[in-house]
Design a protein around this ligand. Sequence first.
Ligand SMILES: [Zn+2]
Length: 652
Amino acid sequence: MSRWFFPSSAVAICAAFFLSLSIGTHAQNSAGPQPVPLPPPVPAPVDKPYGGTISLSVDLTNVNDRMVTVRESIPVKAGEITLLYPQWLPGNHSPSNLVANLAGLVITADGKRVPWLRDRVNMWAFHIDVPKDATTLDINFQYLAPINPEQGRISTKFADLTWNSVLLYPAGYFARRIPFAAELRLPVGWKFATALDVKSQNGNVVQFKETTLNTLIDSPVYAGANFKRVDISSGADNLVYLDLFADKPEQLEMTPEELQYHKNLVIQARKLFHSRHYDHYDFLFSLSDTVGGKGLEHHQSSEDGTRANYFTDWAAGVPARALLPHEYTHSWNGKFRRPADLWTANFNEPMQNDLLWVYEGLTDYYGNVLTARSGMRTPEEARDIFAQIAASFQISPGRTWRSLDDTTNQPIITAHGALQQSWPTWQRSFDYYPESDLVWLDADTIIREQSNGKKSLDDFAKLFFGIDNGSYVTVTYTLEDLVKAMNSLQPYDWEGFFRKRVYDVAPQVPMNGITQGGYRLVYNDIEPEWLKHMDPTRGTSLATSLGFTLKGDGGEKPGSTGTVVWDSPAFKAGMTPEMQLQAVNDQAFSLPNLRAAILAAEKNNEPIKLLVKRDGEFTTLMVDYHGGLRFPHLERVESTPDRLDAILAPVE
Ligand SMILES: [Zn+2]
């Protein structure tokens, strides 16, 4: 047992604590406190096999309490061992697997309790001194999933079981060298779907074939009462399924057109990447208003989740339709090919996010392109989405101080979005997604222009991602590799191109792609048809006009402000987030009233008068704005070839 392992007595700790307090303010000379050495680091992962298979038994039957019960048997030898709860999640790009949700940890060997000590520095690490003669540690704990429906992904009808939430694993080994045999007990009558191979099923107990920790965590299970599996394969050599789980059975039904769009996605992705990196691919897809949404990529599946009306009110979902194309693209970009410093040996080594503008940004671009090519968005809807992205950056001054590259640290800075930002248009947020759409559109149109239409970013997809067909062993790359591949496709100063747009502070919005695509960004009072079908409870954006968004309680009810755009007319009038709109020009607030006031102000010089309430206080804000509703659109410029529509058209 190490010196630091257990404190000799609690009294000693308290004495040291009070001693440091009493002399802390005088610590200017050598007589002051000295730093206490940190405990030895948790053993680093090594590429060697773990000596034995870990048995994992997970009980998912208590969905009422959102409590998952875990039993684990880990083969061990006598002496010190450190067990880790996974911390860094691939796809989240952050240390976001909350160890706070683990409770009731009891460890035994041969029926006798074995004490554990959490590391004083690393809260995800547990030190255990394995008794002499013990060969197995029996671990018991519960994973307490969030009950808050905004955060939780377990309900009485559905569960998204992420293995990273329900296991501990030994430190000191690469995750791909630790074998796991997992078993799952489901609520009676529930169905399940996963990319894992099933060994056997006995009633509601499923045993999975032995696999590695790496593959296990990369292969979550969706389970639920209302399930439908839909084959959207493009052929016997490319098996792809929609595994749908819904709050109600009728929400699982789709029209023949909706089915065809999803089949088209698989066909168009094949024509883009010319390879597959899965045995079969499963879109694990929840359609629910009782659990939150999700989009998380895996090699051979993805965790997807939208509102319950995805199929039943298809017209309402235009903005969210890129979800499946985006996550599917990740099977190639992000999982199969990955930035070298985003690949880690286990789930507790820190990741470095600097190439997320490729991992996420290029995925977002291809995702939006595939959404259009599959028919999930009309060409006009697809152009409107690009217009919205460009418009969102035209009103965001954060670009004047923070590079696109620096925003790739955002998942770590804001704990994967858990920490709210007050002024995201100034602070900048997860901009490496949408801004990279514009950067990659710029690159695509340059390749098309320079090659006289012979080459495009489609050829880059084939070159960079279309290798090792059938393999799902990750191939890593660096920025140098990326630039080299771009140059081999179309010689150009790609190094300078990316430096200027990604790594330098670049106040100008990257509009070149739209211009080279044959369009220009315009604003007018014409609301896009698809926007009219949006569910008003999902919120409303007036970001490009007055400069704020209304949260989902908008519509006819008093709305409260979400984001307020930095330096916008509303900002200058004193508006902040979390204000409740009470009245517009002395009339009770409603969205139609607010829109009418904006249109009226276009024709006069009177400011728009808004009565708002915050913290119980009422304030009148005078918003000096006369620019109309300013819906962003792309307008065709006939003198330039129509490259954007060529990009969005299905590949024959
Ligand atoms: Zn993504």
